[in-house]
Design a binder for this molecule. Sequence first.
Ligand code: SF4
Length: 237
Amino acid sequence: MAETAAILNPCKTVLLPDRYAGCGLADMATAQQVNEIKKKNPELKVVSYINSSAEVKAVTDICCTSANAVDVVNSLNSEMVLFVPDRNLGSYVAEKSGKMIQLWDGYCYVHEQISIDDLIILKKEHPKAAIIVHPECPAPVRHLADFIGSTSQMSQFVKNSFHQEFIVGTEDNFIHRLKTDNHDKMFYPVHTLCEGMNAISLEKVKRSLETMEYKIRVPERIHAKAKIALDKMLKVL
Ligand code: SF4
């Protein structure tokens, strides 16, 4: 995500407060692996999720976020699509678009570990709660949900919903934002945390601003190609 911010804002300084705060999902695909598949299947259109490395974005046709992934895939004039790197989001997009999508065998461990048992137990404890989940969750979990969406889409759903209680199937810290925006509603987490996201603390942000470390630098060769894939996505929005 920090690389994406740097690519889209070349005149600005982008800092990562903890140099080891990575994304386990992004680490599941390399540009070399994607290129090998493209060589064998030159007709494939490759869609890369925003949670991928700049190198991977640079060898793909177009990027997407969890909010616009379905629109991005629908915008492609092709039925031959490879979705990288999240197999769960890819299968969600396949369900929604009706397209045959080749899935990369990657996943976000934070969402992958959410189980239908977690949801069933919480639903028994809070029978009036609506279940909302992120599309990075596995299909059986998504199929139990009342609403599936990105964090911005879940926020909107909660704001407009007549429900007063919600079981929230995504990284636990998202609940803080929901509580801040909806004082009158109740939220129940599934207890799943992202190590990379939680590596960033207020103290580290302060230190980062004081020392101007660690600057994100994307090599020009990768920057230019990844920007093409990101710009194509922005045109779909
Ligand atoms: S929750 Fe963590 S591991 Fe999962 S996609 Fe987000 S940053 Fe990556």
